[in-house]
Design a protein around this ligand. Structure first.
Ligand code: A2P
Length: 338
């Protein structure tokens, strides 16, 4: 693809869309022309990009004329509705929604893991589920060294996963509860202020949630490991925008915490935070606004008699590595940047 590219952001006024804009600017993505697209409600809103001001336009089927790369984060139904208009216009759609992730012929890409898959697209490249993308960055280098066999994940997911409205709801409910007023539940499944709940996305026939099965199925696709054994419990916690995950990992080969630290210290997109004696471990507050995934609390699994099990804890910014950054990194792969 030619660089600089004509870029559009569909859903530019949302929590992820705003981070996409900031990430394009911060990483100096080679942009020739930039279009910011949202619903008619947002027309005329202005955003700064480098030293220009860009006005938000209404997303319509005509929006993609002359666009090379369209970053979508306006929800799955909007992605489905505009896919044809976007690809017919010759733009590559990098879609943050779950609409096409498991579709054959649509690459699902975490650039640290499977950047080369991005080139096998037929017009659409999918950006993975946020929890999955963050986990893959930390687990892939360990898998490459010691062959992952099974993973059990428990997640601690921030409000940002539900978009700007969910973040606002966490803040508003917290204020209301502190003021002695009842918390209003409008966006999330339950009260999130001073609470947590194991319910993200809808429940499926196997009693897992859709979010939990995204972790299972998307990881298998990204890592090209269709048989990988994964179980997952996804929990929403009263954190604003970074997800954390407790991961129990079983490998084919022996692995010690020291070996894992050595591997992770060199891994792209990872920063070690593993010095518990000095109270250093991953936390969502530190991961917030960071590109890298924090990894720590690395322990030999004490429930096993061999050395094939590890427990680790990770935190990563849901809006960045879990969404906007990963999408921009895919665009960078397409234009040959980095
Ligand atoms: P708008 O702000 O005009 O409603 P979030 O996930 O943070 O809630 O953001 C969703 C994003 O998707 C926003 O930019 C929102 O625009 C945009 N969006 C939602 N529905 C539509 C639609 N039908 N057409 C275009 N943009 C949409």
């Amino acid at each position: 693809m030619l660089s600089p590219a004509n870029v559009a952001i569909a859903g530019a006024t949302g929590a992820v869309g705003i981070e996409m804009l900031l990430t394009l600017e911060k990483r100096n993505f080679p942009v020739k022309n930039l279009k910011l697209l949202a619903s008619s409600r947002s027309v005329g809103k202005k955003f700064k990009f480098h030293d220009t001001e860009v006005s938000v336009e209404e997303l319509t089927p005509e929006s993609f004329k002359g666009v090379d790369i369209a970053l979508f984060s306006a929800g799955a139904s909007v992605s489905r509705e505009y896919r044809k208009a976007c690809t017919d216009a010759g733009a590559v759609m990098i879609d943050n929604s779950s609409a096409f992730r498991m579709e054959d012929g649509v690459p699902l890409v975490v650039p640290e893991v499977n950047a080369e898959d991005a080139f096998k697209h037929n017009g659409v490249i999918a950006n993975p589920n946020c929890t999955t993308a963050i986990m893959c960055v930390a687990v892939w280098p360990l898998h490459r060294a010691k062959k992952l066999k099974r993973m059990v994940a428990s997640t601690y997911q921030a409000a940002s996963g539900g978009g700007q409205k969910a973040m606002n709801e966490l803040i508003q409910q917290t204020r209301d509860v502190l003021d002695g007023k009842p918390a209003q539940v409008n966006v999330m499944a339950q009260q999130i202020a001073f609470n947590l709940f194991p319910h993200i996305d809808v429940f499926l026939d196997n009693d897992y949630t859709k979010e939990e099965m995204k972790m299972v199925n998307e990881t298998r696709k990204i890592m090209h490991m269709p048989e990988l054994k994964i179980s997952c419990t996804c929990v929403r916690v009263p954190v604003l925008r970074a997800h954390s995950e407790s991961l129990n990992l079983e490998f084919e080969e022996d692995i010690t915490p020291a070996e894992a630290r050595e591997i992770l210290a060199k891994a792209p997109g990872v920063q070690l935070r593993d010095d518990p004696a000095n109270k250093i471990y991953p936390m969502p507050m530190e991961a917030t606004t960071m590109y890298d995934v924090l990894v720590g609390r690395i322990r030999q699994d004490v429930s096993r008699t061999d050395k094939k099990g590890l427990d680790i804890f990770i935190s990563g910014d849901q809006l960045l590595k879990g969404a906007a950054l990963n999408a921009v990194q895919i665009a960078e792969v397409l234009v040959g940047k980095n």
